[in-house]
Design a protein around this ligand. Structure first.
Ligand SMILES: *Cc1c(COP(=O)(O)O)cnc(C)c1O
Length: 388
Protein backbone atom coordinates (compact mmCIF):
# COMPACT_ATOMS: atom_id res chain seq x y z
CA UNK A 1 0.00 0.00 0.00
CA UNK A 2 1.22 3.47 -0.83
CA UNK A 3 1.09 5.58 2.30
CA UNK A 4 -1.45 8.31 2.14
CA UNK A 5 -0.19 11.83 2.50
CA UNK A 6 -1.88 14.26 4.83
CA UNK A 7 -0.45 17.70 5.45
CA UNK A 8 -1.31 18.29 9.06
CA UNK A 9 -1.45 21.99 9.86
CA UNK A 10 -1.25 23.68 13.24
CA UNK A 11 -4.91 24.45 12.92
CA UNK A 12 -5.78 20.72 12.92
CA UNK A 13 -3.77 19.88 16.01
CA UNK A 14 -5.44 22.83 17.71
CA UNK A 15 -8.77 21.05 17.24
CA UNK A 16 -7.87 17.44 18.04
CA UNK A 17 -4.81 16.33 19.98
CA UNK A 18 -1.80 15.18 17.97
CA UNK A 19 -1.97 11.79 19.65
CA UNK A 20 -5.49 11.16 18.33
CA UNK A 21 -4.76 12.50 14.87
CA UNK A 22 -1.54 10.54 14.40
CA UNK A 23 -3.10 7.37 15.73
CA UNK A 24 -5.73 7.74 13.01
CA UNK A 25 -3.19 8.50 10.27
CA UNK A 26 -1.10 5.50 11.26
CA UNK A 27 -4.17 3.30 11.12
CA UNK A 28 -5.02 4.57 7.64
CA UNK A 29 -1.53 3.72 6.45
CA UNK A 30 -1.93 0.19 7.65
CA UNK A 31 -5.52 -0.73 6.95
CA UNK A 32 -7.39 -0.65 3.73
CA UNK A 33 -11.06 -0.31 4.63
CA UNK A 34 -13.71 1.18 2.41
CA UNK A 35 -14.91 4.58 3.52
CA UNK A 36 -16.89 6.00 5.20
CA UNK A 37 -16.17 4.91 8.76
CA UNK A 38 -15.72 6.51 12.14
CA UNK A 39 -12.54 6.01 14.14
CA UNK A 40 -12.73 6.55 17.89
CA UNK A 41 -9.68 7.05 20.10
CA UNK A 42 -10.19 5.09 23.33
CA UNK A 43 -7.49 7.04 25.13
CA UNK A 44 -9.17 10.34 24.39
CA UNK A 45 -12.50 9.04 25.72
CA UNK A 46 -10.73 7.81 28.86
CA UNK A 47 -9.06 11.16 29.29
CA UNK A 48 -12.37 13.02 29.00
CA UNK A 49 -14.05 10.67 31.45
CA UNK A 50 -11.22 11.25 33.92
CA UNK A 51 -11.79 15.02 33.72
CA UNK A 52 -15.58 15.31 33.73
CA UNK A 53 -17.05 15.66 37.22
CA UNK A 54 -13.65 16.10 38.87
CA UNK A 55 -14.30 19.70 39.81
CA UNK A 56 -17.85 19.36 41.08
CA UNK A 57 -18.19 18.11 44.61
CA UNK A 58 -20.63 15.32 45.38
CA UNK A 59 -21.18 14.63 41.70
CA UNK A 60 -21.99 11.52 39.69
CA UNK A 61 -21.55 11.35 35.93
CA UNK A 62 -24.12 9.68 33.66
CA UNK A 63 -23.11 9.27 30.02
CA UNK A 64 -25.92 10.40 27.69
CA UNK A 65 -26.02 7.28 25.55
CA UNK A 66 -27.66 8.90 22.54
CA UNK A 67 -24.45 10.79 21.72
CA UNK A 68 -22.77 7.55 20.65
CA UNK A 69 -24.41 4.24 21.51
CA UNK A 70 -21.80 2.06 19.81
CA UNK A 71 -21.39 -1.28 21.65
CA UNK A 72 -17.68 -0.78 22.26
CA UNK A 73 -18.18 2.76 23.51
CA UNK A 74 -20.84 1.57 25.95
CA UNK A 75 -18.54 -1.21 27.16
CA UNK A 76 -15.74 1.29 27.61
CA UNK A 77 -18.00 3.65 29.57
CA UNK A 78 -19.06 0.68 31.67
CA UNK A 79 -15.44 -0.29 32.37
CA UNK A 80 -14.80 3.31 33.36
CA UNK A 81 -17.63 3.00 35.85
CA UNK A 82 -19.80 5.71 34.39
CA UNK A 83 -23.52 5.93 34.99
CA UNK A 84 -25.84 6.08 31.98
CA UNK A 85 -28.62 8.43 30.93
CA UNK A 86 -31.09 6.79 28.58
CA UNK A 87 -34.45 7.42 26.92
CA UNK A 88 -35.54 4.27 25.11
CA UNK A 89 -35.97 0.53 25.32
CA UNK A 90 -33.18 0.10 22.76
CA UNK A 91 -30.72 1.93 24.98
CA UNK A 92 -31.87 0.00 28.02
CA UNK A 93 -31.54 -3.33 26.20
CA UNK A 94 -27.98 -2.52 25.32
CA UNK A 95 -27.12 -1.73 28.93
CA UNK A 96 -28.93 -4.78 30.30
CA UNK A 97 -27.11 -7.01 27.80
CA UNK A 98 -23.81 -6.10 29.42
CA UNK A 99 -25.22 -6.27 32.93
CA UNK A 100 -25.22 -2.60 33.94
CA UNK A 101 -27.00 -2.39 37.30
CA UNK A 102 -30.21 -0.31 37.41
CA UNK A 103 -28.71 1.90 40.12
CA UNK A 104 -26.34 3.24 37.48
CA UNK A 105 -29.11 4.20 35.07
CA UNK A 106 -31.32 7.30 34.97
CA UNK A 107 -33.74 8.64 32.38
CA UNK A 108 -33.98 12.39 31.86
CA UNK A 109 -36.19 12.55 28.81
CA UNK A 110 -39.23 14.39 30.23
CA UNK A 111 -41.62 12.51 27.92
CA UNK A 112 -41.05 8.77 27.89
CA UNK A 113 -42.81 6.13 25.86
CA UNK A 114 -45.07 3.68 27.68
CA UNK A 115 -43.09 0.75 26.34
CA UNK A 116 -39.87 2.20 27.73
CA UNK A 117 -41.43 2.97 31.11
CA UNK A 118 -42.68 -0.60 31.52
CA UNK A 119 -39.28 -1.99 30.68
CA UNK A 120 -37.41 0.51 32.86
CA UNK A 121 -39.69 -0.29 35.79
CA UNK A 122 -39.18 -4.02 35.49
CA UNK A 123 -35.42 -3.52 35.20
CA UNK A 124 -35.38 -1.41 38.35
CA UNK A 125 -34.50 2.05 37.00
CA UNK A 126 -35.60 4.52 39.64
CA UNK A 127 -34.68 8.07 38.56
CA UNK A 128 -36.82 9.91 36.02
CA UNK A 129 -37.32 13.48 34.88
CA UNK A 130 -40.70 15.00 34.04
CA UNK A 131 -42.25 18.33 33.18
CA UNK A 132 -45.97 17.62 32.83
CA UNK A 133 -48.97 16.30 34.73
CA UNK A 134 -49.37 13.56 32.18
CA UNK A 135 -45.85 12.30 32.80
CA UNK A 136 -46.50 12.11 36.55
CA UNK A 137 -49.66 10.12 35.87
CA UNK A 138 -47.70 7.75 33.62
CA UNK A 139 -44.97 7.31 36.22
CA UNK A 140 -47.53 6.66 38.95
CA UNK A 141 -49.02 3.94 36.77
CA UNK A 142 -45.80 2.22 35.70
CA UNK A 143 -43.18 3.04 38.36
CA UNK A 144 -45.15 3.95 41.51
CA UNK A 145 -43.07 5.62 44.20
CA UNK A 146 -40.10 6.34 41.94
CA UNK A 147 -37.66 9.23 42.35
CA UNK A 148 -38.42 12.15 40.08
CA UNK A 149 -36.78 15.45 39.21
CA UNK A 150 -38.56 18.25 37.42
CA UNK A 151 -37.15 19.77 34.23
CA UNK A 152 -36.88 23.52 34.44
CA UNK A 153 -36.65 25.59 31.28
CA UNK A 154 -33.49 27.68 31.15
CA UNK A 155 -32.05 30.01 28.51
CA UNK A 156 -30.19 28.18 25.76
CA UNK A 157 -28.53 31.24 24.24
CA UNK A 158 -24.93 30.56 23.45
CA UNK A 159 -25.46 26.90 22.79
CA UNK A 160 -25.19 25.69 19.24
CA UNK A 161 -27.84 23.03 19.60
CA UNK A 162 -30.65 24.57 21.72
CA UNK A 163 -33.16 22.26 23.38
CA UNK A 164 -35.15 24.65 25.55
CA UNK A 165 -38.35 24.93 23.59
CA UNK A 166 -39.14 21.26 23.45
CA UNK A 167 -38.65 20.62 27.17
CA UNK A 168 -38.73 22.35 30.49
CA UNK A 169 -41.26 24.51 32.30
CA UNK A 170 -41.22 27.78 34.22
CA UNK A 171 -40.81 28.21 37.98
CA UNK A 172 -44.43 28.32 39.10
CA UNK A 173 -45.48 25.36 37.01
CA UNK A 174 -42.42 23.43 38.15
CA UNK A 175 -43.23 24.12 41.81
CA UNK A 176 -46.81 22.96 41.28
CA UNK A 177 -45.58 19.81 39.56
CA UNK A 178 -43.22 18.95 42.41
CA UNK A 179 -46.18 19.07 44.81
CA UNK A 180 -48.37 17.18 42.37
CA UNK A 181 -45.82 14.37 42.13
CA UNK A 182 -45.59 14.20 45.91
CA UNK A 183 -49.37 14.04 46.30
CA UNK A 184 -49.45 11.21 43.80
CA UNK A 185 -47.01 9.17 45.85
CA UNK A 186 -43.87 9.75 43.80
CA UNK A 187 -40.67 10.90 45.47
CA UNK A 188 -39.76 14.39 44.16
CA UNK A 189 -36.03 14.52 44.82
CA UNK A 190 -34.78 17.36 42.70
CA UNK A 191 -34.47 19.61 39.71
CA UNK A 192 -32.88 19.24 36.31
CA UNK A 193 -32.19 21.52 33.34
CA UNK A 194 -30.22 21.46 30.12
CA UNK A 195 -28.34 24.59 29.06
CA UNK A 196 -28.36 23.44 25.43
CA UNK A 197 -25.90 21.19 23.68
CA UNK A 198 -22.46 22.49 22.66
CA UNK A 199 -22.95 25.35 25.10
CA UNK A 200 -20.05 27.76 24.74
CA UNK A 201 -21.50 30.45 26.99
CA UNK A 202 -20.48 29.84 30.58
CA UNK A 203 -23.18 32.21 31.83
CA UNK A 204 -25.92 29.81 30.74
CA UNK A 205 -25.02 27.73 33.79
CA UNK A 206 -25.19 30.80 36.05
CA UNK A 207 -28.70 31.66 34.91
CA UNK A 208 -29.81 28.04 35.13
CA UNK A 209 -28.44 27.61 38.65
CA UNK A 210 -30.11 30.85 39.81
CA UNK A 211 -33.41 29.63 38.50
CA UNK A 212 -32.97 26.18 40.01
CA UNK A 213 -32.14 27.81 43.32
CA UNK A 214 -35.34 29.89 43.20
CA UNK A 215 -37.35 26.71 42.59
CA UNK A 216 -35.49 24.88 45.35
CA UNK A 217 -36.63 27.55 47.81
CA UNK A 218 -40.23 27.59 46.64
CA UNK A 219 -40.34 23.82 47.00
CA UNK A 220 -38.96 24.13 50.53
CA UNK A 221 -41.73 26.59 51.42
CA UNK A 222 -44.20 24.05 50.02
CA UNK A 223 -42.81 21.42 52.36
CA UNK A 224 -40.64 19.59 49.83
CA UNK A 225 -37.00 19.15 50.79
CA UNK A 226 -35.00 18.45 47.63
CA UNK A 227 -31.52 16.95 47.57
CA UNK A 228 -30.66 16.38 43.92
CA UNK A 229 -29.53 18.85 41.30
CA UNK A 230 -29.10 17.36 37.85
CA UNK A 231 -27.24 19.86 35.67
CA UNK A 232 -27.76 17.90 32.43
CA UNK A 233 -25.25 18.01 29.60
CA UNK A 234 -24.02 20.75 27.31
CA UNK A 235 -20.24 20.75 27.82
CA UNK A 236 -18.77 21.87 24.48
CA UNK A 237 -15.94 20.47 22.37
CA UNK A 238 -13.68 22.08 19.77
CA UNK A 239 -15.01 21.91 16.22
CA UNK A 240 -13.49 24.87 14.41
CA UNK A 241 -12.44 27.08 17.29
CA UNK A 242 -11.45 27.09 20.90
CA UNK A 243 -14.17 26.71 23.50
CA UNK A 244 -14.29 27.10 27.25
CA UNK A 245 -12.94 23.92 28.81
CA UNK A 246 -14.69 21.49 31.12
CA UNK A 247 -12.54 22.41 34.16
CA UNK A 248 -13.45 26.09 33.86
CA UNK A 249 -17.16 25.35 33.52
CA UNK A 250 -17.11 22.94 36.43
CA UNK A 251 -15.15 25.21 38.77
CA UNK A 252 -17.66 27.95 38.09
CA UNK A 253 -20.62 25.60 38.57
CA UNK A 254 -19.10 24.20 41.74
CA UNK A 255 -18.63 27.67 43.25
CA UNK A 256 -22.22 28.62 42.45
CA UNK A 257 -23.57 25.38 43.93
CA UNK A 258 -21.49 25.91 47.05
CA UNK A 259 -22.92 29.42 47.43
CA UNK A 260 -26.55 28.62 46.70
CA UNK A 261 -27.38 25.05 47.64
CA UNK A 262 -27.17 22.99 50.82
CA UNK A 263 -23.84 21.26 51.49
CA UNK A 264 -25.22 17.75 51.04
CA UNK A 265 -26.83 18.39 47.65
CA UNK A 266 -26.15 15.53 45.29
CA UNK A 267 -25.13 16.57 41.76
CA UNK A 268 -25.78 14.59 38.59
CA UNK A 269 -24.00 15.48 35.33
CA UNK A 270 -25.13 14.03 31.98
CA UNK A 271 -22.47 14.71 29.37
CA UNK A 272 -22.82 13.22 25.91
CA UNK A 273 -20.91 15.27 23.36
CA UNK A 274 -18.00 16.02 25.68
CA UNK A 275 -17.37 12.32 26.38
CA UNK A 276 -17.09 11.10 22.80
CA UNK A 277 -17.18 14.05 20.38
CA UNK A 278 -13.53 15.01 20.18
CA UNK A 279 -12.38 11.39 20.30
CA UNK A 280 -13.89 10.67 16.88
CA UNK A 281 -12.60 11.24 13.37
CA UNK A 282 -14.78 10.42 10.39
CA UNK A 283 -12.91 8.97 7.44
CA UNK A 284 -14.62 9.83 4.17
CA UNK A 285 -13.69 9.98 0.48
CA UNK A 286 -14.24 12.47 -2.27
CA UNK A 287 -16.70 10.98 -4.76
CA UNK A 288 -17.05 13.95 -7.08
CA UNK A 289 -16.41 17.60 -7.80
CA UNK A 290 -18.34 20.15 -9.79
CA UNK A 291 -18.37 23.82 -10.55
CA UNK A 292 -21.86 25.30 -10.62
CA UNK A 293 -22.52 28.99 -11.07
CA UNK A 294 -19.80 30.48 -8.90
CA UNK A 295 -19.51 27.63 -6.48
CA UNK A 296 -17.03 24.81 -6.15
CA UNK A 297 -18.86 21.71 -5.04
CA UNK A 298 -17.18 18.82 -3.31
CA UNK A 299 -19.11 15.57 -2.87
CA UNK A 300 -18.07 13.11 -0.20
CA UNK A 301 -19.41 9.69 0.78
CA UNK A 302 -20.87 10.79 4.10
CA UNK A 303 -23.57 13.41 4.35
CA UNK A 304 -26.51 14.71 6.31
CA UNK A 305 -28.36 11.40 6.20
CA UNK A 306 -25.59 8.92 6.99
CA UNK A 307 -23.68 10.69 9.73
CA UNK A 308 -23.46 14.46 9.49
CA UNK A 309 -27.00 15.40 10.49
CA UNK A 310 -25.80 18.03 12.95
CA UNK A 311 -24.35 20.12 10.14
CA UNK A 312 -27.93 21.09 9.32
CA UNK A 313 -28.40 22.48 12.83
CA UNK A 314 -25.31 24.63 12.59
CA UNK A 315 -22.40 22.45 13.68
CA UNK A 316 -19.39 23.27 11.48
CA UNK A 317 -16.61 20.72 11.32
CA UNK A 318 -12.89 20.97 10.57
CA UNK A 319 -11.50 18.96 7.68
CA UNK A 320 -8.18 17.43 6.77
CA UNK A 321 -7.74 16.65 3.09
CA UNK A 322 -5.47 13.94 1.73
CA UNK A 323 -3.02 15.01 -0.92
CA UNK A 324 0.51 16.08 -1.56
CA UNK A 325 -0.40 19.49 -2.92
CA UNK A 326 0.57 22.74 -1.37
CA UNK A 327 -1.72 23.46 1.51
CA UNK A 328 -1.15 27.17 0.93
CA UNK A 329 -3.34 27.26 -2.12
CA UNK A 330 -6.93 26.83 -1.01
CA UNK A 331 -10.30 27.18 -2.69
CA UNK A 332 -13.69 27.77 -1.14
CA UNK A 333 -15.89 24.70 -1.29
CA UNK A 334 -19.49 23.78 -0.74
CA UNK A 335 -19.36 20.29 0.74
CA UNK A 336 -22.22 17.89 0.06
CA UNK A 337 -23.12 14.32 0.88
CA UNK A 338 -23.68 11.43 -1.53
CA UNK A 339 -27.49 11.28 -1.65
CA UNK A 340 -29.79 12.71 -4.32
CA UNK A 341 -31.46 15.04 -1.84
CA UNK A 342 -30.73 18.75 -2.09
CA UNK A 343 -30.97 18.96 1.70
CA UNK A 344 -27.78 16.92 1.82
CA UNK A 345 -25.34 19.84 2.06
CA UNK A 346 -22.88 19.80 4.95
CA UNK A 347 -21.05 23.09 4.74
CA UNK A 348 -20.39 26.16 2.64
CA UNK A 349 -17.37 28.42 2.10
CA UNK A 350 -14.89 25.94 3.48
CA UNK A 351 -11.32 26.80 2.49
CA UNK A 352 -9.52 23.58 1.54
CA UNK A 353 -6.74 22.57 -0.82
CA UNK A 354 -8.21 20.89 -3.88
CA UNK A 355 -8.42 17.10 -3.60
CA UNK A 356 -8.87 14.64 -6.45
CA UNK A 357 -11.70 12.14 -6.60
CA UNK A 358 -10.78 9.20 -4.38
CA UNK A 359 -8.80 11.27 -1.88
CA UNK A 360 -9.77 10.91 1.72
CA UNK A 361 -11.20 13.71 3.80
CA UNK A 362 -10.99 13.42 7.56
CA UNK A 363 -13.70 15.14 9.57
CA UNK A 364 -12.46 16.07 13.01
CA UNK A 365 -14.40 15.98 16.29
CA UNK A 366 -17.15 13.85 14.85
CA UNK A 367 -17.57 11.19 17.55
CA UNK A 368 -20.87 12.52 18.92
CA UNK A 369 -24.30 12.71 17.31
CA UNK A 370 -23.07 11.33 14.00
CA UNK A 371 -23.51 7.56 13.67
CA UNK A 372 -26.34 7.69 16.19
CA UNK A 373 -28.26 9.93 13.76
CA UNK A 374 -27.38 8.01 10.62
CA UNK A 375 -30.00 6.41 8.39
CA UNK A 376 -29.77 4.27 5.27
CA UNK A 377 -31.58 6.84 3.18
CA UNK A 378 -31.06 6.38 -0.53
CA UNK A 379 -29.28 3.06 0.03
CA UNK A 380 -26.13 4.39 1.66
CA UNK A 381 -25.30 2.14 4.58
CA UNK A 382 -24.64 3.37 8.08
CA UNK A 383 -20.87 3.81 8.52
CA UNK A 384 -19.19 1.44 10.95
CA UNK A 385 -17.39 2.56 14.08
CA UNK A 386 -13.91 1.31 14.95
CA UNK A 387 -12.22 1.93 18.30
CA UNK A 388 -8.48 2.49 18.26
C1 LIG B 1 -28.88 14.81 25.05
C2 LIG B 1 -28.97 14.97 26.50
C3 LIG B 1 -27.82 15.10 27.27
C4 LIG B 1 -26.44 15.21 26.67
O1 LIG B 1 -26.21 16.48 26.18
P1 LIG B 1 -24.78 16.91 25.61
O2 LIG B 1 -25.00 18.30 25.14
O3 LIG B 1 -24.43 15.97 24.52
O4 LIG B 1 -23.81 16.84 26.73
C5 LIG B 1 -27.97 15.17 28.63
N1 LIG B 1 -29.18 15.13 29.21
C6 LIG B 1 -30.31 15.02 28.51
C7 LIG B 1 -31.61 14.97 29.20
C8 LIG B 1 -30.25 14.95 27.13
O5 LIG B 1 -31.38 14.85 26.42
Amino acid sequence: MIPRIFKVEKFHTGIVPKSTLFKVLKYLDKENIETPFLLMDREKVKEKVSIIGQNIKNSKVFYAVKANPDDEIIKLADELNMGFEIASEGELKMLSSIGVKPERIISSNPVKSLKFLKMAASYGVNYFSYDSVDEVDKLVRFVPGCNVYVRLSVPNEGSEWPLSKKFGIELDDAATLLSYAKNKGLNPVGITFHVGSQCTNIYNWNTALDKANALWKIAERNGIRLNLLNIGGGYPIKYTKNVVNVETIEKNVNTLIYEKFPMDTEIFIEPGRAVVGDAGIFVTSVIGKARRADENWLYIDVGVFNGLMESVGGIKYSYLVEGSRQTKYKKKWTIAGPSCDSFDVIDKDVALPEPVVGNMILILSSGAYTISYASEFNGFSIPKTILL
